[in-house]
Design a protein around this ligand. Structure first.
Ligand code: 13P
Ligand code: SF4
Length: 357
């Protein structure tokens, strides 16, 4: 039963004491979030993994790429555990190392690999945190960097100061929204289609490009539309619409603001009583905010409830299972990134972490 499960988790957690820290992403369901020692967006969680000195075990309630990052940024003697190994991210899976390498080769053929007069390399790879450790490693090896939704602007500026252009993967929407925000015209942000030669672009388009966008997307955020925003504004003329930057560009343009899950959380926390918010992001977060702030009217832009199905795979019973195993001295579902990948990957992560927020 629910009460029994709750008791098992609390007992197992208490017995581990300071040897354990439970990290939870904002999209986790409430039944899991209640046990987290720290809840945050993907950037904050990466930082938390880096700065939790005591914990021997980091139980990560989130998705696979986040746990990999936690493993790479924590100490080697700390074990990162993902309660359900099937908790992946469909967007992260849209860019695999081989296709990115093929793309890189094609780009090098067209653009060369020599720096220009200002010392800028032809292309700087930028990977969204939502990607495998192998891709972060690729970026580390090729002068590139990692970004999250909370620092994409600073990261893209960094990349474009060092390169004539950036190759941004896997999320085309975050890439396009960020490029647009820093003033790059759409025609200089071609979409790379790995099934076609030169991604379906001609050499001139690639030469003139500033940001080459991978074709990935988030199936949760892709669902939000401009029509939903129009309908919300019609019903509640005072509504403030905030969306995640993984939403398509027209949706971000039609919203009042866009930002990471932490940005959304803070914007609501800072609002005067009686505010109305329509939010374009994952439903578990929106629902939690609505419950937490009954003095506001908070609803999801999409009336059809759509959780992130992979975040949802962290069920409390998995949490109980891994915690009880830790008490028996068994580390189940440990996420370890091999050192030959972790090393270059950390370079790309550290480049991001050293940027001023
Ligand atoms: P945040 O970095 O905003 O937490 O986003 C992570 C994510 O997976 C959004 O879909
Ligand atoms: Fe991946 Fe989208 Fe889920 Fe975020 S909401 S973890 S991008 S599938």
């Amino acid at each position: 039963s629910k009460g029994e499960l709750d008791q098992r988790i609390r007992t197992a957690k208490a017995a581990l004491g300071e040897r354990l820290v439970i990290l939870g992403h904002f999209y986790q369901r409430d039944e899991v979030v209640q046990y987290a020692d720290f809840v945050g967006d993907s950037f904050q969680l990466a930082n938390a993994a880096r700065t939790r000195p005591l914990a021997e075990f980091i139980v990560f309630c989130g998705v696979h790429f986040m746990a990999e990052t936690a493993d790479m940024l924590s100490r080697p003697d700390q074990a990162v555990v993902l309660p359900n190994l099937a908790a992946g991210c469909s967007m992260a899976d849209m860019a695999d190392l081989d296709s990115v390498k093929d793309c890189w080769e094609e780009l090098t053929e067209v653009l060369g690999d020599a720096p220009d007069g200002a010392g800028r390399q032809p292309v700087v790879p930028v990977t969204y945190m939502n990607s495998s450790a192998a891709l972060k490693g690729f970026c580390g090896e090729h002068g590139g960097i990692v970004c999250t939704s909370s620092n994409a602007t600073e990261v893209l500026k960094w990349a474009l100061a060092r390169g004539q252009r950036a190759l941004f993967f896997p999320d085309q929407h975050l890439g396009r929204n960020t490029g647009k925000a820093i003033g790059i015209p759409l025609e200089q942000m071609p979409l790379w289609d790995p099934s076609r030669q030169l991604g379906g672009s001609d050499a001139l388009t690639l030469q003139r490009s500033r940001v080459i966008l991978w074709h990935g997307f988030c199936s949760v955020h892709k669902r939000f539309t401009v029509n939903q925003i129009a309908a919300a504004r019609q019903r509640f003329p005072e509504v403030r619409v905030i969306v995640h930057p993984e939403c398509p560009m027209p949706v971000v343009d039609a919203a009042d603001a866009s930002g990471s899950t932490d940005y959304i959380t803070k914007a609501i926390a800072a609002a005067p009583t009686g505010s109305t918010f329509a939010i374009g992001t994952e439903i578990n977060l929106v629902q939690r905010l609505a419950n937490q702030y009954p003095q506001h009217k908070i609803f999801c832009l999409d009336s059809v409830v759509c959780p992130c199905s992979t975040m949802y795979r962290i069920h409390p019973s998995y949490l109980a299972w891994v915690l009880e195993a830790l008490n028996r001295g068994e580390v189940l579902n440990r996420i370890t990134v091999p050192e030959q990948i972790a090393k270059p990957s950390r370079i790309a992560l550290e480049r991001m972490l050293s940027l001023k927020p």
